[in-house]
Design a protein around this ligand. Structure first.
Ligand SMILES: [Zn+2]
Length: 390
């Protein structure tokens, strides 16, 4: 198939009136006057890579922790309808048995070769090794401390786990960081309560990423008569750290998005949805569960964002990555950089930068055709047009 006359957004620039030749699910050639029996005219449209969401809990009523084929299918449908073609299914803090059954289910699902399983780029464990103070919507009873808990079960799932979020100042966090990074898992700091230099041993041990920067994260504060930065401020100038932002204009307002991207650059910032099961639904009065347990935390849809049942905290987002990238463009970030934060940068963070995340020869042909307003017109998954957008 050839997609013709499009404005192709590559990691470096926008190429006008260009064609893409796709064969066998792979991008074969990018240029002018390419031909094939099967052509699609995309005159005036933007072509971006399929979006990559490395932190999402679900959508369309489903949470990945439900650990059923139906739940995975519903959550993935939410993402596909919004142009996201690779997701890292994310757990929440829960009893160990439910985390293990989520991991077992996901591993089986990936092995089953189910059609949609190619959308799953791995698993992110969000906790349970998180601070009490900044646990956000995560459940206090299920929190654990690395020093006092046997986390070795996580190492047995290194084949599917891409990322683990932990709070770097907790006792034993540095040792745990080393154990995880040794088996190839990305350690991400977040939901933490440390100040400089308490989190430095974990960074020294290999912590390389940050979970939703500025949300449920330590900040500048007085301690023992001294003012010390938290992870929010420290992160801005440490180039060894990449960071997620929930760019839904709620968790991260546009002014803050500009500050973060100016400080870290689009190569180190990944837009994530952190979407919950209510993502994709209209505002209603229902209470939804975070995760799957009978006594799970409850939340509801607030003003453009998910909030805890009592309405006092943000609980996650209801916005897909594509819409967040559009928010960044509206905030004044250049289109090429904004798209990179939702595609190539997250792909690289999880070690998939050679396979997905950009429109380049040799990569999987996961492509969004978007109008000038960044609305999804068509979606191409592994070389097949799979649907019209909404
Ligand atoms: Zn989350």
């Amino acid at each position: 198939m050839v997609i013709k006359n499009a404005k192709i957004i590559t990691p470096e620039k926008i190429t006008d009136d260009a064609d893409i030749l796709i064969e066998g699910g792979t991008i074969q050639s990018i240029g002018r006057d390419l031909s094939d029996t099967d052509t699609l005219d995309a005159k005036g449209m933007y072509l971006t890579p399929g979006f990559v969401d490395i932190h999402t809990h679900g959508g369309y009523g489903a949470d990945f922790m439900d650990s059923t084929p139906e739940a995975f299918s519903d959550a993935l449908r939410f993402h596909l309808d919004n142009g996201t073609t690779s997701v890292v299914a994310t757990s929440c803090t829960a009893p160990r048995e439910s985390i293990i059954s989520f991991l077992d289910f996901t591993r089986e699902y990936l092995r089953s070769g189910a059609r949609e399983s190619r959308l799953i780029a791995g698993v992110h464990l969000e906790g349970p090794y998180l601070s009490k103070r900044n646990r956000g919507a995560q459940k206090e009873e299920d929190l654990a401390i690395p020093d006092k808990d046997d986390y070795s079960y996580i190492l047995n799932y290194a084949d599917i786990i891409r990322t683990v979020t932990l709070s770097p100042e907790l006792p034993g966090a540095d040792k745990m960081t080393r154990a995880l990074t040794d088996v190839g898992i990305v350690v991400s700091g977040g939901h933490d309560d440390g100040i400089y230099p308490e989190f430095m041993p974990a960074i020294g041990a290999g912590m390389s990423h940050l979970t939703h920067l500025y949300c449920a994260m330590s900040e500048l504060r007085f301690k023992d008569g001294r003012r010390n930065v938290g992870l929010r401020e420290y992160a801005l100038t440490d180039d060894s750290l990449t960071a997620e932002i929930i760019a839904d204009d709620r968790h991260i307002p546009p002014e803050l998005a500009r500050l973060i991207i100016r400080a870290k650059g689009a190569d180190r910032v990944a837009v994530v949805s952190d979407s919950l099961r209510c993502a994709g639904f209209e505002k209603d009065d229902r209470l939804y569960k975070l995760g799957s347990g009978d006594d799970a935390q409850l939340f509801r849809i607030g003003d453009g964002v998910a909030v805890t049942a009592d309405g006092t905290k943000y609980a996650g987002s209801i916005t897909p990555v594509r819409a967040m990238v559009k928010n960044l463009i509206d905030a004044g970030i250049g289109i090429v950089d904004a798209v990179k934060t939702g595609t190539l940068t997250p792909a690289r963070i999880i070690g998939k930068g050679k396979e997905i995340g950009s429109i380049e020869v040799g990569k999987r042909a996961n492509i969004c055709i978007l109008n000038a307003n960044f609305e999804l017109i068509d979606l191409i998954l592994d070389g097949n047009i799979i649907q019209k957008g909404k």
